[in-house]
Design a protein around this ligand. Structure first.
Ligand SMILES: [Zn+2]
Length: 392
């Protein structure tokens, strides 16, 4: 059989297989069950989170020969045509390359006629924000008076570029960045099916490298298998992405929090010499320290649920060690460095000086701490000493 890329081969074909977007797939399923499917839907979200995949499954739900159903059969002709992208009634248009008014007019002309052999004529317009103003105006006409057999599904990464008149005629669904843990779990299933041996650390590293995008993660897995064969270790993944291991990152954060300047300089030197992406190091460090801050202020926060048990353990230890106001100050220092690092000619020097400043910020007594000490002192003083303030 011909080689097929992983992202294609394992593209979800049912709502139940879409990872991390249950809030959307469940709502769509309910609309189908209650026969309350709207004319136009807008799927918003970062790249590779499943916008067009969801739209395509939705189209299958509506047009499946056994439907409308919340669980398309994937075996009837109509389902198979939609999967293959050859259905005459489910037309996928890339807004980036067909952004002219003519393209939309063609859709409108076309939409006047009924579906060929399906229940609905469905237009899926990807990157819809790329349409020109006149194309949007033409599209608006279709949305204002939608023929009953026409459904429009739009996908976009940049909803702010879509005119309000279009937005107000769509039901909007926001897809989330997919949790690293969920991506790693999905990759594990794929690895088992493909006979690939990969440690969970390696899969979590792939998920980290692809920043919440399932498609990017699957492409990376493809690339790694091509490059390393069927045995993947965390180290392979880290070197491909230029990432630093979670352990090294946590140690670096520890060095900052405990003002270990020598330790942090050694770490940066090592990262630089082994070709790590220093911008990425800073971003990952920021994320880790943000988790430390969240742990200090709001340990039940759902953002922390994304962490593996060993990550959470380190975050807890570090949060217990330093006053949260200090962590917040040092985060400010690092955020400022992040905005400058992109344009810096010597990233290593900027990173070194910024981390030293951050380490110093971790040592500075904050106003909160001073106030707390004053309160404590006052509480410990005899009543008459505290009296004058009460009279005021
Ligand atoms: Zn079917």
């Amino acid at each position: 059989m011909a080689y097929e890329v992983i992202a294609r081969k394992y593209r979800p074909q049912r709502f139940a297989d879409v990872v991390g977007q249950a809030h959307i797939t469940e709502t769509l399923a309910r609309a189908i069950e209650r026969d309350r499917v709207a004319h136009a839907y807008l799927f918003v979200g970062p790249r590779g989170t499943g916008k067009t995949t969801t739209a395509r499954i939705f189209a299958k739900c509506l047009n499946c020969e056994n439907g409308p159903t919340i669980d398309p059969c994937n075996t009837c002709n109509r389902c198979r045509e939609i999967t293959a992208g050859t259905s005459m009634d489910v037309l996928e248009i890339d807004g980036a390359s067909n952004n002219s008014v003519d393209a939309v007019r063609e859709i409108r002309e076309n939409a006047k006629f009924g579906a060929n052999n399906s229940r609905y004529k469905i237009y899926i317009i990807d990157e819809v924000h790329m349409l020109s103003t006149s194309a949007f105006n033409a599209l608006l006409k279709t949305l204002e008076e939608p023929p009953p057999h026409v459904k429009s599904f739009f996908a976009t990464t940049e909803p702010q570029k879509i005119p309000a008149t279009i937005m107000s005629r769509c039901q909007r669904f926001d897809l989330r960045r997919i949790l690293s843990r969920d991506i790693a779990d999905r990759l594990r299933v794929i690895c088992e099916a493909e006979d690939v041996n990969a440690s969970m650390d390696a899969l979590v590293a792939i998920a980290r490298g692809s920043q919440g995008g399932m498609r990017d993660a699957q492409s990376a897995l493809d690339q790694l298998i091509a490059f390393r064969g069927k045995d993947l270790a965390e180290e392979d993944v880290l070197s491909v992405f230029g990432l630093v291991s979670q352990r090294n990152l946590e140690d670096l954060a520890g060095a900052i929090l405990s003002h270990d300047i020598r330790g942090l300089l050694n770490a940066i030197a090592r990262f630089d010499e082994t070709g790590k992406d220093l911008e990425r190091v800073l971003i990952d460090l920021l994320e880790h320290l943000r988790n430390v801050l969240i742990q200090a202020y709001s340990p039940e926060n759902e953002l922390l649920q994304e962490l593996t048990d060993s990550q959470l353990e380190v975050v807890r230890q570090q949060a217990a060690r330093v006053d949260p106001a200090r962590v917040s100050n040092l985060l400010d220092t690092l955020l400022e460095a992040e905005s400058r690092l992109k344009y810096s000619l010597s990233k290593r020097t900027l990173l070194e000086t910024s981390l030293i400043r951050a380490a110093r910020a971790a040592q500075h007594v904050t106003l909160d701490e001073v106030l707390r000490q004053v309160q404590a002192l006052k509480a410990g003083l005899p009543a008459e000493s505290a009296a004058p303030e009460k009279k005021k």
